[in-house]
Design a protein around this ligand. Structure first.
Ligand SMILES: NC(=O)c1ccc[n+]([C@@H]2O[C@H](COP(=O)([O-])OP(=O)(O)OC[C@H]3O[C@@H](n4cnc5c(N)ncnc54)[C@H](OP(=O)(O)O)[C@@H]3O)[C@@H](O)[C@H]2O)c1
Length: 356
């Protein structure tokens, strides 16, 4: 029998992606939807409409009639007895109180940042650090919860740290420098980026983003030892910018390596990368990484949907002659791999390991 899930923040960008990705999922079915108080009691379709009663936008194909006609409930009135799992896609300040309230009884997988930095909370990308999942038992026992909170990483961290992992498994990385060009969908619909600010423009600052990416990268690359994650001592330097692209974060990476390497073997590390723990999960893409040989790739419009937005594209892999190292350009889908589909992937891992 399928597990029954609730989506909190169902009308937002990440929430819509959850609905889209769960339409025909083999493990999970959508049983409850919730958004802010102003939309409680409305059907999902009506909550998506603007103040003129028009539906202007949905992140993918419109959902089924069953979903469009579902009534949204207040997030603190969710009937948890009818739910096996909660996907939370709300702002961090809302997640702060709401997610522990749910986690007392049920598992919560969240796109929000509030719990990412807690010592007893793993920050999972299934292909990269599925071994950290064990920490969930420590969280449950520390907090005396029947459920737990598993946040996904920031959508800019996901592509970056994923590409570091195969290299870090084989070489010591002395320094990692990354500059992002992030899509507007990453800012969400509520606080969002104004069209007038972003069209014909680049915004050179995203508040709190750089600190998040640096901290999360070290945690994800860390080792789980004696019920604790020992963070990686990697030196990381990040600059985050917003560009007029709808979906897909592009990131330029420079890595200083302390051992000898040749470019072909670096490319092969990406091409051959696997994590046997996740090969049988429905959301695991055919390729974790796609290495482009064409110097004009990856591009957001051409490449963000590779394997339905679950593959990280890497191109322009070359020697960095300024120091002993390499440089490359990566692209990852911020609302799919970096949000809803990444969270569903974690839920699949939890189900496999009997945490759901
Ligand atoms: N967008 C991305 O690429 C991305 C990637 C990774 C992580 N994230 C994270 O995911 C979370 C959601 O981001 P988003 O981009 O989807 O934001 P968004 O488009 O602004 O959506 C926010 C959602 O939260 C709902 N909401 C507001 N107050 C609520 C409450 N009290 N109870 C329940 N729902 C409430 C809103 O409902 P109404 O429609 O009723 O206002 C809306 O559905 C954020 O923490 C963000 O940092 C986003």
């Amino acid at each position: 029998m399928k597990k029954r899930v609730a989506i909190i923040g169902a009308t937002g960008i990440a929430g819509q992606q959850f609905i889209s990705a769960l339409q025909n999922h083999e493990f999970f079915e959508v049983a409850e939807l919730s958004a802010s108080e102003k939309n409680a009691g409305k059907t999902y379709l009506n909550a998506l409409k603007d103040h003129n009663g028009k539906l202007n936008w949905f992140c993918g194909d419109l959902p089924s009639k069953r979903i469009l006609e579902m009534k949204l409930c207040k997030s603190d009135e969710l009937d948890l007895s009818k739910i096996d799992l909660i996907f939370s896609a709300v702002e961090s300040e809302i997640a702060k109180d709401l997610e522990p309230f749910y986690a007392e009884r049920k598992p919560v997988i969240s796109t929000a940042s509030f719990f990412r930095y807690e010592d007893d909370t793993p920050l999972l990308i299934p292909s990269i650090n599925s071994d950290h999942l064990k920490l969930v038992e420590v969280q449950k026992s520390n907090r005396n919860w029947k459920g737990y909170i598993l946040p996904i990483p920031n959508c800019t961290t996901t592509g970056f740290v994923s590409t570091l992992k195969p290299i870090a498994n084989n070489h010591k990385i002395d320094l990692a420098i990354m500059t992002s060009m992030q899509a507007v969908s990453g800012a969400g619909r509520t606080s969002g980026v104004l069209a007038l600010d972003i069209i014909d423009n680049i915004i050179p600052f995203i508040p709190k983003e750089e600190e998040k990416v640096e901290k999360e990268t070290k945690k994800i690359l860390g080792k789980l030892q004696n019920d604790k994650i020992i963070h990686s001592d990697l030196k990381v330097s990040v600059t985050c910018t917003r560009v007029p692209v709808l979906d897909g974060h592009t990131e330029i990476v420079n890595l200083k390596l302390d051992s000898d390497f040749d470019l072909e073997s670096i490319k092969n590390l990406f091409i051959n990368y696997r994590n046997s723990d996740v090969m049988d999960l429905p959301s695991t893409p055919k390729q974790i990484f796609y290495v482009h040989e064409d110097n004009f790739r990856p591009q957001p419009r051409l490449d963000r949907e590779i394997n339905d937005g679950m593959t990280v594209s890497i191109g322009r892999i070359r020697i960095d002659s300024a120091f002993k190292g390499i440089k490359y350009v990566l692209l990852s889908h911020n609302t799919k791999l970096g949000a809803a589909k990444g969270a569903i992937w974690i839920a699949e891992l939890c189900k496999k390991h009997k945490h759901i």
